[in-house]
Design a binder for this molecule. Sequence first.
Ligand SMILES: Cc1ncc(COP(=O)(O)O)c(C=O)c1O
Length: 377
Amino acid sequence: MSSRESLPVPFFDWRALYAERADAYSRIISDTAAMGGFILQGAVDAFEIGLEAYLDAGHAIGLSNGTDAMLLGLRASGLKAGAEVILPAHCFIAAAQAIHFAGGRPIPVECSPDDGLISPEAVEAAITPATGAIMVVHVNGRVCAMDQILEIASLHRLPVFEDAAQALGARLNHRPAGRFGAWGAFSFYPSKTLGSFGDAGALVTDDEDLARRVKAMRNHGSGPDKVIPADCAEWGTNARIDNIQAAILAYKLNWYDETIARRREIAARYDAALRDLEPLELPPSLDAEPGRFDIFQNYEVRCDRRDELRAHLLAHGVGTIVQWGGVALHQFRGLGFDQRLPLADRWAARSLLLPMNHLLSDGQVDRTIDAVRRFFA
Ligand SMILES: Cc1ncc(COP(=O)(O)O)c(C=O)c1O
């Protein structure tokens, strides 16, 4: 059997990410290096301005990664020590880690059986006097049920924070992910829809004071002149985005919508070819709900025989991934979680990511479809 990297349809072809525009990327990297502008120089400003324009946001702050974006966002929002933060069980552990490191207590809740996103009813049921915030996670590039969640939050006077690491450009009723709550955190990990060539992230907000605090915190508490003033009153850390990543991201943002369009095209192709397979559950179709614009960071299917399907696809040259190792957040008992969440358990046990990124050819998508159909034949 071929190695995963050399499969006819690898789950993700890391080399292709650079190869697609190697000349332009090489030029950007060498120009940035030749200028000697490595840290918090012009490219960071350019990327932040580009991201603000893309999301129509007051402030975008480039950071070291998406996890740090959440950590700084939580700290700058004044999360109280021991405050409970409600988040979905079907999510990456990063959001819970950021809550923990910010001094809060992550409280995982159930996901909706339709799309796996945080259930508004479960959020409401989990609110206690100790609740300090709600953290939604727009998993797979689909915006959570924000109308209901914002209503619940306003009723209980709770701030909403957004882990939008998988959802840059996803929208609900024209409003982009990351623009519903007090702030949104984004990740530009290489395999993300907007991927850097290393680690990078950003926090987006309209709150000027929050933005100023996060900017200071990312650079040891410094002011706009990057010097730490003698009367510094802000604890900070090093959570800076580096210039080369910012320069790459600023460039990629120029044609980002094209890459999203290609992902949506692939999702439509999977949908048309696989929707009739009854044992297989697919993500909602592109036009299933007016006002939604999903960007398909992932194409997550579900079935009872998930592990068999995965082995079959591998034998047919198609790489897949079990997102987050098939472990839902509350299943990390060693981290102190003790919730019983059967819907999230079921989701984690049945979910599989099919290949999904803008670099896939139609031939690769069709080969994947063919292999899936053969499994269920
Ligand atoms: C949903 C989600 N949240 C947070 C993160 C963390 O982002 P980063 O790796 O940039 O810290 C990721 C990235 O894998 C993610 O998918």
